[in-house]
Write a protein that binds this ligand. Sequence first.
Ligand SMILES: Nc1ncnc2c1ncn2[C@@H]1O[C@H](COP(=O)(O)OP(=O)(O)OP(=O)(O)O)[C@@H](O)[C@H]1O
Ligand SMILES: [Mg+2]
Length: 476
Amino acid sequence: MIILETEKLEYSYPDGTKAIDDVSIQIPAGEKVSFVGKNGSGKSTLFLLLNGTLKPKKGKVLLGGKEISYSSSGLLDLRKRVGIVFQNSDDQIIAPTVYQDIAFGPVNLNYKKEEIDRIVSKMLDYFGLQSLKDKPPHHLSGGQKKRVAIAGVLAMDPDVIILDEPLSNLDPVGADEILDILNELNHSGKTIIISTHDVDLAYKWSDRVFLMSGGKLIDEGSPKEVFSNEAQVRNASLKNPVILDFYHELEKRWLATGGQQPKDIPELVQLLHKIDLMRVSVGPNTRVGECVNLGVLYGDYSKDGLYEAVNSRVLCKNDDGTAVVELNRRVLNPGNICVYNMDSFDKNEYEQIVAEYKINFIGAMGKKSKERAEEEGIPVVCNSGVIDKSILNALTGNRCLILTSQGMVEHTSKRIRDYIKKSGIRLSFHPIGKSAAEIDENAKKREENPEKLSVEENKLKVSTYDHGIEDEETRG
Ligand SMILES: Nc1ncnc2c1ncn2[C@@H]1O[C@H](COP(=O)(O)OP(=O)(O)OP(=O)(O)O)[C@@H](O)[C@H]1O
Ligand SMILES: [Mg+2]
């Protein structure tokens, strides 16, 4: 279903600058969408048109198939359903305290006081802003203001969330946390639209990319489609995603399988050719080209796992009874990944898991899980890019535990399962602890049989995602 669309949209500013020129787009509900384009290409103007802040000179904006109305009640309704986080947080934050700013939307929607308190408190928790709740927003740092601005929009629980450069001003871990939240909201059914100059982000994160230049839409499609046209990306004054540049260099040197488009580091690792030579002792009758079984290698000799079964082919033989062989390794024991729901943290259960699975790598995702882990004195070694890093660690035989919260369990599990399915590597994976296992079981049922969800399960899902974040959920 198309949730938001424009038809031949045109907009010029009063000074005559034509900022949007004949733009027709269709945004399917539930997608993660990026608008990419250089400075002045029209992204912010388009976003202001999408939520009715600006009125087009020509063309239409449609929400759920209906043309939007610019009457005050029409606009109020539109803004309830389409929330926008402005590029500059100072344009957004107006109230005297952080608390009041986040409460602004719910107050205008005439929610009851207790409901407003509940929503705001959840937002403060969610964005790690509790300690700043009484501060005037203009005394906050740029990144803190950005969090307040996003929290204020999420407090209205819109179906479509538009964020103009959401990660500008944020430190890397803070940016990762916002992405976790956006992924989680998307997982609960929200449509997320961002603008960015960060081609790496657009390439890795989005389901769909719109490329803008000079107020026009010049391309659209999946990130792989849009970024495969290098000349066009260059013409739009953008760069290739770094991961693609790096991959192309490896490809040229025969170091990676050609003709692919890895999206992230785990995908890239899967494409690397293994040039793997070793000098070994061989019998007097061994000939060049023959296969030699080297048995099981481990410790310093294994590369991809704890134990590897290794066959080899003799490339050349030396006079001293040794030969150089090319190895063909098969991992016997890749590591594992456990996912634990910190919302139902139980010290005994946690300690049992760490001991039973011999956990030696712990990552935490989401503000709430990180804070809880700190309170409990858990030795977290990774707090950003947690899923990718856990996969990479598990591939080298480590035993990883991802600490996360309610809704993030489902998303995390899906990412890891997709990786296992695509790569064919038999990593062992366990949503662990009573609560995570239950969430995962329900998610699997939904995936297998989406139309047969019982009324109770549907209710459960809706209440879990109430205001997008009832019980804090996740990422990709
Ligand atoms: N208030 C305004 N009055 C006149 N021209 C404007 C105004 N705001 C933007 N413009 C012009 O409209 C064009 C599109 O600007 P817009 O802010 O939409 O670009 P953008 O893609 O969001 O850029 P950036 O990446 O820098 O945020 C630019 O040429 C800009 O100079
Ligand atoms: Mg802009």
